[in-house]
Ligand binder design. Structure first.
Ligand code: C2E
Ligand code: MG
Ligand code: MG
Ligand code: MG
Length: 278
């Protein structure tokens, strides 16, 4: 396991060294049972509008509550799930849980958007869009309120765009996650059925009030604006960053300055007052 290089943020505490091959194999084996045994959890990271700071959406983030190792981070076990052929099952669990939860919150905030991360591997499955639509149907969740986050790196190279196109046609929104860190998808950007760009936290961390510090953030936000895409800043940790992003015309943001990822019960308190009684 290799930690992603990031500036700031809640990075690795206990798993800061590579897993040995053996540890990885046993964890992979345990992951097979973990999903069925109810060891996965979801945390929710609020996404707020700028400058109002009203919560307009939530990003679902998966955790594995391992019986002995404690709460494990997705960067550790999502790659394992991909290698072990378990990503479809994990992805389905995340989507089902998150849709049910967000549907309940929509009684208070009808326009609440739900962002769910998907692994590029899930897009290789030609049945993926059908599965997503089935889950939405069962949850009674409106397709237009679901945003699937695809890492920018997933659309580098010669991507098979069939699933993205089918999702988009069905009204589901697509966001390019960690934008600016993947191997350039700029060549594809105008051809991709994309609705939003998520500016990676490393560029937010560089914001320091100077033109050099804000150069990449400004360029990405400008690109998003010119393509009429929603722009969302990731990893906002202080007031200065929030202010600078607002000045640069960034529409939405997430990060510890507003709130870190929290369990469903805690998120509820951050939702704006409901418009529907009861
Ligand atoms: P991401 O999609 O870019 O998610 C945002 C990450 O930023 C989350 O890390 C969140 O905890 C973290 N974060 C929150 N506030 C701050 C802040 O103020 N500063 C910084 N620097 N970071 C902040 P987390 O939860 O550890 O997730 C890591 C990655 O794992 C996610 O990155 C996403 O790519 C992946 N992931 C999470 N859940 C799922 C899932 O259900 N399926 C798949 N395929 N991947 C997932
Ligand atoms: Mg983390
Ligand atoms: Mg994401
Ligand atoms: Mg991201």
């Amino acid at each position: 396991y290799q930690a992603k290089r990031r500036t700031g943020g809640p990075r690795w505490q206990c798993w800061d060294r590579s897993l040995t091959g053996e540890a990885e194999l046993s964890l992979e084996h345990e992951l097979r049972g973990a999903i069925g045994e109810g060891q996965l959890r979801l945390l929710y990271l609020p996404i707020v509008a700028l400058p109002s700071r009203e919560v307009t959406g939530v990003e679902a983030l998966v955790r594995w509550e391992h019986p002995r190792r404690g709460l494990l981070e997705p960067e550790l076990f999502v790659p394992l799930a991909e290698r072990a052929g378990l990503i479809e099952e994990l992805g389905r669990w995340v989507l089902e849980q998150a849709c049910a939860q967000a549907k309940a919150w929509q009684r208070r905030v009808p326009s609440l958007q739900l962002n769910v991360n998907i692994s590029p591997r899930q897009l290789d499955n030609q049945g993926f869009t059908g599965q997503v639509l089935e889950i939405l149907e069962r949850a009674g969740f409106f397709a237009g309120h679901l945003v699937l986050e695809v890492p920018e790196s997933a659309v580098a190279g010669e991507p098979d765009l069939r699933q993205l196109e089918a999702l988009s046609t069905a009204g589901i929104r697509i966001a390019l996650d960690d934008f600016g860190t993947g191997h350039s998808s700029l060549r594809y950007l105008t051809r991709l059925p994309v609705d939003a760009l998520k500016l990676d936290s490393c560029f937010v961390a560089e914001l320091d009030g100077t033109s050099k510090g804000s150069a990449v953030a400004q360029a990405v936000l400008r690109l998003g604006q010119m393509l009429h895409l929603d722009t969302v800043a990731e990893g906002v940790e202080d007031e200065g960053q929030a202010r600078e992003l607002t000045l640069l015309g960034c529409e939405k943001a997430q990060g510890r300055y507003f709130s870190g990822p929290v369990p469903a019960g805690d998120l509820e308190r951050q939702l704006p007052a409901g418009t529907v009684a009861g």
